[in-house]
Design a protein around this ligand. Structure first.
Ligand code: FEO
Length: 401
């Protein structure tokens, strides 16, 4: 049965959600599910904006048919060619063989890479700023390369001031009936997933995101319609842009401390927890402490984008960094995080080297202020070393001022 929603008088939400998939992109846990958003404009001409993932194909196709209400589909706009949005493209062309595919030159090549159908005879190749009239509506397009793939573009509906933003402003989390931001609890229910989605999926591309934000700022926007998650209404857009600007410029969102530890038998954990207690006694609030073997790195990476001070505590393992910590640090480095204060605690029963190796990874990143005071544990923290933890806590508190 179709499950379509009106976004405006002429535009329908035809996307669908999935709560069974455990890993988005086969990497990221999605305990709140995921939605694959798609939209149909019903005007003198009809337009579909992107398709959906294979996993929701049947619901999506029923929804498109229902939104069209017996009409043919004249255009599909392909804003993004990643398969979570283009997987049903070939089936759409099969069902609506006269359709024109609106896309940019980079997208054409990607269509050819993913599919074998004849794209050239159906293509309407657009460039930055081109317009498409559909009757009452005028659409315009701007390129947003690397947000999150090189072919990405965004579509702006000039008539109804809607930005079809592709992956930008997307989020993990299925649609639970409430489709719009003013129907949900952004702070408590959605913000963490908005951040985790942005930082993990697009976080590496802060520069291109800043460019896209600048382009989007030229338009008055009433609704942002992303490819995942709720649609953002006007009242929340400034807050969302503020968050995006911080994330894209690698500016900490909060003056806050996150401690991540990799511990085999609990002794490194013990040192991390004692540091957290000392910080608390010194007045630091809302400390976050994560076991890298328990919490998926996508959550810790997201917290690393939020917090101003990061502490990494690791056992030495195979003459290197404890494996899950090494994975986390490489993930942080791959996402090009910048401008953080960072401290290290290392453990090693005979040759502690984790600290040096962790520092090598982090110091390759821009704007990292590495706290000089290092704490080394040999097997377990001793009474005589509490002063080291105390000194490290003092240095962290100082950096928060
Ligand atoms: Fe949701 Fe980059 O695809």
């Amino acid at each position: 049965m179709q499950n379509i929603r009106k976004v405006t008088n002429d535009i329908y939400y035809v996307g669908a959600s999935n709560r069974r998939l455990s890993l988005f992109e086969n990497v990221y846990p999605i305990p709140r599910g995921i939605s694959y958003n798609s939209y149909v404009l019903v005007d003198d001409k009809t337009v579909l904006f992107d398709t959906a993932d294979k996993i929701v194909e049947l619901q999506f196709l029923e929804n498109v048919e229902a939104a069209l209400n017996g009409r043919n589909l004249d255009y599909i706009v392909v804003n993004h060619m990643e398969p979570d949005h283009c997987a049903v493209l070939e089936e759409i062309i099969r069902r609506y063989p006269d359709i024109k595919v609106v896309l940019n030159a980079k997208t054409v090549n990607m269509v050819k890479q993913f599919f074998d159908f004849d794209i050239d005879s159906r293509s309407v190749i657009i460039k930055e700023g081109d317009k498409l009239e559909t009757g009452r509506h005028t659409l315009t397009f701007f390129m947003a390369p690397m947000v999150h793939w090189p072919e990405v573009m965004m579509t702006y509906d000039i008539t109804e001031k809607i930005l079809f933003s592709a992956d930008a402003f997307g989020t993990f989390g299925a649609i639970n009936g409430n489709l719009f931001s003013d129907e949900v609890d952004f702070e408590h229910e959605w913000l963490d997933d908005v951040r985790r989605y942005y930082t993990n999926i697009v976080g590496k591309y802060g520069g291109p995101v800043q460019t896209a934000l600048k382009k989007a700022s030229a338009y008055e926007i009433d609704i942002i319609a992303p490819l995942h998650g709720v649609l953002w209404k006007k009242d929340i857009i400034p807050e969302l842009i503020e968050k995006y600007t911080k994330w894209a410029t690698y500016t900490p969102e909060d003056k806050a401390v996150m401690i991540a530890y990799g511990s085999v038998y609990g002794n490194t954990q013990n040192a991390a927890e004692i540091l957290a207690s000392k910080l608390s006694e010194k007045g630091v609030k809302n400390i976050k402490l994560y076991d890298v073997s328990v919490t998926h790195p996508s959550y810790i990476l997201s917290e690393a984008f939020r917090c101003s001070v990061l502490v990494f505590a690791s056992a030495t393992y195979n003459n290197g960094i404890f494996i899950n910590m090494e994975n986390l640090l490489h993930d942080i480095a791959a996402h090009c995080l910048q401008n953080r204060t960072v401290a290290f605690i290392q453990n090693g029963s005979w040759a502690p080297v984790a600290g040096k190796k962790m520092e090598e990874i982090i110091s390759s990143l821009k704007g990292m202020n590495i706290i000089e005071k290092k704490v080394t544990i040999k097997s377990s923290l001793k009474e005589s070393q509490l002063k080291d933890i105390e000194e490290l806590a003092d240095a962290i508190v100082e950096s928060l001022k």
